[in-house]
Design a protein around this ligand. Sequence first.
Ligand SMILES: [Zn+2]
Length: 99
Amino acid sequence: MMRLMMRLRRKAGISCARVQDLVQSYLDGELEDGPERARLIAHLEMCRLCGVEAETYERIKASLAADPPPESVDRLTQFAASIPDLPDTPDTVEGTEAS
Ligand SMILES: [Zn+2]
């Protein structure tokens, strides 16, 4: 075992390592109510490191949950549509007719 891990700070009766294991479930609302959840919440309030961790995860989650701006979807759609139509056969190009 990694002895060093055992030396991580514990606050509110729960270690930083444990909090970081649980924080994603907690923020996703998947952590069931109970003493561990209460300890986790208390820990997040006390521990700056884990507080920042939780905040970062929350922000990532929020940005993933946000709808993508419609114009970027449009652009992607247009880009995708343009791929099979690459003008490698210039039969529709104007002004290049040989006369
Ligand atoms: Zn912590």
